[in-house]
Ligand binder design. Structure first.
Ligand SMILES: Cc1cc2nc3c(=O)[nH]c(=O)nc-3n(C[C@H](O)[C@H](O)[C@H](O)COP(=O)(O)OP(=O)(O)OC[C@H]3O[C@@H](n4cnc5c(N)ncnc54)[C@H](O)[C@@H]3O)c2cc1C
Length: 447
C-alpha cells in the first residue's frame, strides 16, 4: 500500500467525525477511551478484521510510577525518578520534553483505565528490569499483550467507541493551509470510502514490517526476524515525508536478544537479569546481559550463526515458568535439559573445556533455550511536541495532526541501546492519553 496525500477537502457530503484515529492498537484505543470519557465522538480505523497490532503480540508490560497499584504496595516512585531512568538508559539522548510528558502521563493513564474502563493492573514483582530503579512494571492479570488488547477492546465496546475494522487508511486529505481535512480508507473488496475530520491522530505504529525502510534506516537489523505486526508498514513515516513533517530518532528501535528459535516465541529477559547467561556456539559469554535485552539483539546476531543459548538453572527455571510466553515455548519443545557440563557442551556443540568459567555461578542440572536477536518495533518516527502534535520540518506544529505510539518518535534516543524496557507501551498508552487531551483542546479552540 502506497500512502497518498490528496491536496483538497473531501466532498461536502463526506461523513464527518470530530476525531479520526488511524490504528486500533494500545495507542489508538486508549486515545478513543479518553475521548469517549470526555463525550467527544471519534472513529478508530483499523486495517485488520480484528484489532490486535503489535500490542497483542507484546508481553503487555507497562512501566508507570505513582499508580494506585504501586501506592497499594507502598512503593516509593515518582515521575521524575522514572524520567531519570529513561534518560539514563538513553544516555541523555531521548527527547527531554517527551520523556517528562510521558513519565507524568502514564500513571494517570493507567489509573483512568482502571477507574473508568474496568481494566485491572498488577505489578510484576520479584525482579527489576535493567535500568528501572523501582518496581513499576504493570500488566493485566493474564500478563500478556493479548490480554491487554482484549481488555481494551472490551472497554471500547462498553464505551460504544466505533472501531471500523477492515479499513486500511491509504489517503490523507490536506487543505491548502496545511490543515488535515480527512482521510480515505480501502475496504477488502477494493472500494474506497472517505471520512472528514477535525483532528487526525496517527496511531498506526512504525516501520518494522517494511523491509525496504528497515534496510534504509536500520541496516544493522536488515536480516533480523521482525517479531511485530505486519501492519507496521511505515505509513506514518511515508505520509510524514510527503507532508514535510520532521522525522526524529529513526535509528532507535526495540530489539530483543531472546527470541526463541525455531519456535518464534519471546523468552523473558528476567531470567538473564536474575543470573542466567547467554553462551554462543563456542560456549563463550559474549556480552553483559544486564545491560538490556534490546542491545542484546545486536550482540546475539553477531555470534556464529546469529544464535545463542540462554543458559540457566533450576531456580531460574521456576522464574521463567511464571511467564506465559515461556510456558508456550516450553510446550513447543524449546527447553533443553543438561544434567552436567559435558551434556551442556554436547547440546551447544562445543568442547566441555571451552564452556565459560561463569557457568560456575549456576548449579547443575542446566537448562538451555536457543535464541536469536529480533527486531520488535521501531522507536523513530514523526517528530512531535509534548502534546503529541506533529512538527513540520521548520519546527512549527501542524494545526490538527497528532501522532503517538510507534508512529511517532519515542523516548529511546537514536540507537538500540537507548531502549528502556517498556518504552514501547509507555509511548503508546501515555501518548494516546496525551493526544486525546490535545484533540479535545483543539476542538474547544476551533468550536
Ligand atoms: C514480541 C513483542 C513483545 C513486546 N513486549 C513489550 C512489552 O512488554 N512492553 C512494552 O512496552 N512494549 C513491548 N513491545 C512493543 C509494543 O508492542 C509496541 O511498542 C506497542 O504495542 C505499540 O503500540 P501502538 O498502538 O503504537 O501500535 P500497534 O499495537 O501495532 O497498533 C497499530 C495498529 O494500527 C493498524 N494500522 C497500521 N497501519 C494502518 C493503516 N494504514 N490503516 C488502518 N490501520 C492501520 C495496525 O493494524 C495496528 O492494529 C513488544 C513488541 C513485540 C513485538
Amino acid at each position: 500500500m502506497n500512502p497518498v496525500i490528496v491536496h483538497a477537502c473531501p466532498p461536502s457530503d463526506t461523513p464527518h467525525i470530530p476525531v479520526a484515529i488511524v490504528g486500533a492498537g494500545a495507542c489508538g484505543l486508549v486515545a478513543a477511551l479518553v475521548l469517549a470519557g470526555a463525550g467527544i465522538d471519534c472513529v478508530v480505523l483499523e486495517r485488520d478484521a480484528a484489532p490486535a497490532g503489535s500490542t497483542a503480540l507484546s508481553s503487555g508490560f507497562i512501566p508507570a510510577p505513582d499508580t494506585r497499584v504501586q501506592k497499594t504496595r507502598g512503593i516509593s516512585d515518582n515521575a521524575a525518578q522514572f524520567a531519570a531512568d529513561i534518560q539514563a538508559k538513553a544516555k541523555g539522548t531521548a527527547a527531554p520534553l517527551l520523556v517528562q510528558a510521558y513519565a507524568q502521563a502514564i500513571g494517570p493513564a493507567l489509573d483512568l483505565l482502571e477507574e473508568k474502563h474496568g481494566l485491572q493492573f498488577e505489578l510484576l514483582q520479584g525482579f527489576l528490569y535493567p535500568g528501572h530503579s523501582a518496581l513499576r512494571m504493570h500488566a493485566v492479570p493474564e500478563k500478556t499483550g493479548a490480554g491487554l488488547m482484549t481488555r481494551l477492546q472490551r472497554a471500547a465496546d462498553a464505551a460504544s467507541v466505533p472501531v471500523l475494522t477492515n479499513a486500511l487508511v491509504c489517503e490523507l486529505w490536506v487543505g491548502e493551509d496545511g490543515v488535515l481535512t480527512g482521510l480515505g480508507y480501502q475496504r477488502p473488496d477494493g472500494t474506497l470510502e472517505r471520512l472528514a475530520c477535525a483532528v487526525l491522530l496517527l496511531a498506526c505504529n512504525g516501520f518494522g514490517g517494511n523491509p525496504a525502510l528497515v534496510r534504509e534506516l536500520l541496516p544493522e537489523m536488515r536480516d533480523a526476524i521482525f517479531a511485530g505486526h505486519t501492519g507496521n508498514d511505515g505509513s506514518a513515516i511515508r505520509w510524514g515525508r510527503a507532508l514535510g513533517a520532521r522525522l526524529a530518532d529513526l535509528g532507535g528501535y526495540q530489539g530483543h536478544g531472546s527470541w526463541v528459535v525455531p519456535q518464534g516465541i519471546l523468552m523473558s529477559w528476567a531470567v538473564m537479569v536474575e543470573g542466567g547467561m547467554q553462551l554462543n556456539n563456542k560456549g563463550l559469554r559474549f556480552h553483559d546481559e544486564t545491560q538490556g535485552y534490546s542491545e542484546a539483539a545486536v550482540a546475539v546476531l553477531a555470534q556464529p550463526g546469529g544464535v545463542a543459548w540462554n543458559v540457566f538453572d533450576e531456580r531460574l527455571l521456576a522464574l521463567a515458568r511464571s511467564f506465559p510466553d515461556f510456558c508456550v515455548a516450553e510446550e513447543a519443545g524449546a527447553l533443553h535439559r543438561a544434567d552436567n557440563r559435558a551434556a551442556l557442551a554436547a547440546l551447544i556443540g562445543c568442547a566441555e573445556a571451552d564452556l565459560s568459567p561463569d557457568l560456575a555461578r549456576l548449579a547443575a542440572p542446566y537448562f538451555a533455550v536457543r535464541v536469536t536477536g529480533a527486531l520488535f518495533h521501531t522507536q523513530g518516527g514523526l517528530d512531535i511536541d509534548a502534546k503529541c502534535r506533529v512538527l513540520r520540518e521548520d519546527g512549527q506544529v501542524f494545526a490538527n495532526l497528532l501522532a503517538a505510539g510507534g508512529a511517532a518518535r519515542g523516548v529511546s534516543g537514536n540507537a538500540v541501546w537507548g531502549y528502556l524496557s517498556g518504552n514501547g507501551l509507555l509511548s503508546a498508552i501515555a501518548g494516546g492519553y496525551i493526544a486525546a487531551h490535545t484533540a479535545q483542546a483543539i476542538l474547544e479552540t476551533t468550536a
